[in-house]
Ligand binder design. Structure first.
Ligand SMILES: *Cc1c(COP(=O)(O)O)cnc(C)c1O
Length: 360
């Protein structure tokens, strides 16, 4: 199996050494031991700090998609109206997931290389009167970052719950759950937190908990058991103690560095990456640099190249970058500079490799 000394895939992200060690320690039984529940509570407090919220943060065993499904299934019944604000693969996909659950979905459609216009969202929300408004902070496949404050205000105006996928931004750029009125905020372990893809987290507001108890959804991915389960020390399955130990270590690394310093590091690395791309004549995919996410750079595959050939050239030099999916497949590639990969010397190496590959 090939391994890559220059890991720049936008998730799963390279795992820092201290976190690797947390995974390899022996722990007791998470079903039975007080230590586990203290660890769970400590992780919740760290995540509240990182996400600027006093809401509960539930921590589930399963990768990021589990959070997306858990939150939809737990607050929606067939026939409920959902307004999906979509400007990329995940935004449109969340609308499709809600439709598969029997919700009546209207989509505020936006181009993949742009961010949604709040004026259109407000008009649609007033007319459609949704129960839930969904949005994506960082659209990882297209490298955009959507401002959320105004969308949160709109959700409150029409008394809708606000559901936000910040899987690829949380921890690396400011995410202000309470200020932006986010009722259901979704996070995964394998992006900025730089853990294995084994955990997902959901911030749940009191309004969202009310909807959860009204709907009464039961299942492995249900949110309901997590409302008071951790306090009662009774969980619906044997939890991932190793994952939580790693989560605690990963969050502590961010908090010890200082969140302002972490965000500045992501900004600096992203700016450097984009400057190098421009210097090679590679065009950024988002239409304006101001809407590009500090966690990932998406760029057009240069003229004269097919992505598989460029990908092979990078991999032959030890670098793994990200390809793409859906309408962007083969056309847009990505450099994931988030979490443990938001390091100047790593991105510098990656850009040197790309520059050399493009010269051939
Ligand atoms: C990574 C990611 C997820 C989780 O999906 P996987 O690709 O299955 O890990 C969800 N939303 C966004 C925006 C992501 O970047």
């Amino acid at each position: 199996m090939r391994t890559y000394p220059i890991p720049l895939v936008p998730g799963p992200v390279s795992v820092p050494q201290a976190v690797r060690e947390a995974y390899l320690t022996d722990y007791g039984s998470p079903d039975l031991e007080g230590d586990f529940f203290e660890l769970y509570a400590a992780c919740e407090r760290q995540l509240q700090q990182i996400l600027a919220t006093q809401n509960d943060v539930t921590i589930h065993s399963g990768e990021g998609m589990l959070a997306l499904w858990a939150a939809l299934k737990s607050v929606l019944r067939p026939g409920d109206r959902v307004l999906a604000v979509a400007n990329g693969l995940f935004g449109y996909g969340i609308g499709e997931m809600a439709a598969q659950l029997g919700a009546v979905v209207e989509t505020v459609a936006c181009a993949y290389d742009d961010i949604p216009d709040p004026v259109r969202v407000r008009a649609a929300a007033r007319r459609f009167q949704p129960k839930l408004i969904t949005a994506v902070h960082c659209e990882t496949p297209s490298g955009t970052l959507t401002p959320l404050a105004e969308l949160g205000t709109i959700s409150r105006e029409v008394d809708a719950l606000f559901y936000v996928d910040f899987v690829a931004s949380g921890g690396g750029v400011p995410v202000r759950v309470d200020e932006w009125a986010i009722d259901l905020g979704l996070l995964g372990s394998q992006k900025v937190l730089s853990l294995l893809p084994t955990l997902s987290m959901v911030t749940v507001s009191s309004r969202a908990w009310e909807a959860v108890s009204e709907v009464g959804y039961v299942g492995y991915d249900a949110l309901a058991p997590w409302q008071d389960g951790p306090a009662r020390r009774y969980l619906p399955y044997t939890h991932n103690w190793h994952g939580l130990a790693a989560l605690h270590t990963g969050c502590q690394l961010l908090l010890d560095e200082g969140l302002a310093a972490v965000y500045a590091r992501h900004e600096a690395v992203a700016a450097y990456c984009r400057q190098r791309l421009a210097g090679m004549g590679v065009t950024l995919f988002p239409r304006r640099a101001e809407i590009a996410s500090p966690t990932v750079s998406a760029a057009h595959v240069p003229d004269g190249w097919e992505w598989p050939r460029l990908d092979a050239a990078l991999r032959a030099r030890g670098m793994a970058a990200g390809g793409n999916y859906g309408p962007l497949a083969g056309k847009v590639f990505r450099i994931g500079h988030m979490g443990n990969q938001a390091r100047m010397e790593l991105v510098e190496k990656g850009m040197d490799v790309l520059e050399e590959a493009l010269k051939r």
